[in-house]
Design a protein around this ligand. Sequence first.
Ligand code: ARG
Length: 720
Amino acid sequence: MRKTTTVAALLACVASAPLAAKEGMFTPQQLPEIADDLRATGLELDPEALSDLTGFPMGAIVSLGGCSASFVSPEGLVVTNHHCARGSVQYNSTAENNYLENGFLAKTKGAEVPAAPGSRIYVTTALTDVTDRVRAGTDALSPTDRYDTVEQRLKDITAECEEKAGYRCQVANFYGGAEYTLIERLEVRDVRLVYAPADSVGKYGGDIDNWMWPRHTGDFSFYRAYVAPDGSAADYAEENVPYQPEHHLKVSASGLDKGDFVMVAGYPGSTSRYALLAEVENTFGWNYPTFQTLLTEWIGTIEDAAPAGSDARVKYESRLAGLNNYEKNLRGQIDGARRVGLVDRRRAREAELARWIAADPSRANYGTAIAQLNALAEESAQAARTSFWYGNATRPQLLGAAQRLYRLSKEREKPNAQRESGYQDRDLTFFRQGLQALDRRYDPVVDKAEWLLFLNGYIQQPAAERVPAFDKALGLTPQTTAADLPGLLDSYYADTTLGDTETRLALMEADPATFEASDDPFIELAVALYDYDRGLEDAAEELAGRSLALRPAYMDAITQWQRSEGQLTYPDANSTLRITYGNVMGGSPFDGMQYLPFTTLEGITQKDTGEEPFNAPQRELDLIEAKDYGKYELDSINSVPVNFMSDLDVTGGNSGSATLNAKGQLVGLLFDGTFESVNSDWDFDPRTTRSIHVDSRYMLWVMDKVDGAQALIEEMDIVE
Ligand code: ARG
C-alpha cells in the first residue's frame, strides 16, 4: 500500500506520522532488502547490523519458549512481560507470602528464587540453512513417505545439533516447507525470578482491559539466567553463576514521543496471512464461531464448578486466564473478519493471483498446485470438522495423561531416534513436568463438569461424526441423552488412580502390557482409543505430506507476484525471530473513536475502583496524586507515560519482546494488540492494527518510586 504512494504524497506526509500501520514480520536476513524503508522510517542503526543475530542488538534478544525477552545487563538480567513470568510468581507464592498480591523483589542475587519448573531462556547461537538436506529426493515420494522422510531428517538434524551438551536445537519450516533453518540455542535451565510487580500493577485492568486501549498495565518482570561456573547450561544449583551475555540492551529513560521510530524484535508464534480462500471460509464460517461459543460455555462451566475463592479456583486460575484471553481474541478475529470483508478480500486476492498466473504460460504449474491445494483444504476442513467434537470429548486431563503414557510405552519399543517427536529422550523432562503440573491444575469436580459440557456437544452430532470406539468404550448409544451422562462418568472419577502424582510418574516406566491389563477407567479408555487415534494421525500426516508438496509452489507464486508489484514477501510467523518496525501513533479504530498514542499515570487513578482488577497500590496512587514524576515525565503529555501504542505488526508469542528506538535502546516491552488488530493474523488491516507496549519510563518509575528496586536500575545501563 505504501509502495504505490506518489513521491508528492510522501513528501506531504513527512511532517506528520503515517496514518496506516506497517505490515511485515521480517526475518533478520530480509532486512538488507528493505534497508531504505527502515532508514526512511527512522532507523539510525545500520540495517545490515540487524541481520547479525549474534551481534548487537539482536544478540540480546532471547526466547522463553512461548514468550520473548531480552538481556538488559551484563549479569544475565532478562526483562519480559509480567504475564509471561506470572506462572513463576504463582509457583513461589504461599498463603503467607502471596507474591501475586504483594509483588516479588529479590534485594540481592542470593534472594532470587527458581522460576516455575520448565522455565527456560533460549539464547540463539547459530543459524544454518538445511533446506537441501531436508528436501533432497522427497519430490518423488508419496505424501506419507514424504512426510515421514522429512520428519526423520528433522529429528536427525536436531539430534546431531544437540550432541553439543546444553543446547536445544530446532528446525524451523518457512513458506510451507520451501525452506528449513536449523536454529542452535543455548538452553539456560537455571532461570530465577528477580522481580515482579504486584498483580495490581503488572496485571492492572485484568481481563476487562485485555486486548483493549486505553491501557494502564505494568506488564513487566525480570528473570536472571544462571549457568554452571564453567559457563555451560545446567540445572538449578546453588553454585551456579549469572550468565554473561555477549550483548545486552541499554534502557532508555527518556526520548520516545509521538511519531518516533520503534521496532520490535521477538518470536511471533503463528499467522495465516497466505491462507487460501477455502481455509479462510472454513475457519471463519465454522471453526472460529463454533469454538468461540464453546469457549464461552467452557469458561462459565469452570466458573460455576470452581467458585471464586475456592481451592479449585486457584488451580484453574491460569486455565481461565488462557481461555478468556483466547475467547476474546477469537471474538476480535470474527469481528475483524466481518469488518474488513475478509472472505471477499481473499476471493479477490486469489482472482488477482490467478490473473497473474494466466498472463504467462510458464506459470501454469502454479495454477495446478493451487487447485490441488484447494482440494486439500476442503479435505482438511472436513477432517477438522469431524474430529472437532471428538477432540473436545477427549479433553479430560487424566484421559490425556493416560493417552500420553500409553503412547510413551509404545514409542519406547523403538530406538530413540525413530520415536515420534514428543516421546524422544530429549522430551522426557518436559513430559515428566507435565505429569507433575497436573497436581496444581486438576480438580475432579471441575474436570467432570468440563467433560459433561463437551460430551453434551458430542452426543448431538450426526452418526457420521461420532467415533464408534469412543461410543462403545463410554457406553454411548444413539438413545443416550444429556441426563444419562453424569451417571456414565461417575465411575471414572471414583475408580481412577491417576489423580495421584506418584502413580502417574511411575507409569512412565511401564510397558504396553501393563496398560492393556489395567482396570483404571481412564487407562482403559486410552487403550480403547489408541488405534483410532493413530488412524487420525496417519490421515493428518498424509494431508501434511501433500501440503509439503504443494504449498512451496503456491508461496513461490505469491512471492513472484508480490515482487512484480514491488512488495517483499515475508514468511508467516513460525516462532522464529522476526523484526517489525514503524512508529509511535494512535489511531481511529472505528467511527467516532480516536485513540491517543500514550496513556498517563493519571489514567490509573481515573480507572481505579479499589477493586480487582482496578486496585492500584495505595503508594502508587499517592505518588500520582503528588505528581511525583521524577525524571520520567514526558513533556508533551505532562505525566509519566504508562503504555503506548504503535503501528507494528505482531502476534501471540511476541509478548515480552523488546521495543527498541532508532538507536536500538529499549524503550518498552510489547505486550498486547488492540481488539481491532487481532484479525490481522489473517489479513493485515493497516487502518486499525495497533500494538500496545509498556513504556520503559513507567517501568523505571515503578521500580524507582513504588517498589524500591534501585539496585536493578543501577545494574542496567540507563540512557537519558
Ligand atoms: N492479550 C495478551 C496476549 O495474548 C495476554 C494478556 C494476558 N493478560 C490477561 N489479562 N489475560 O499476548
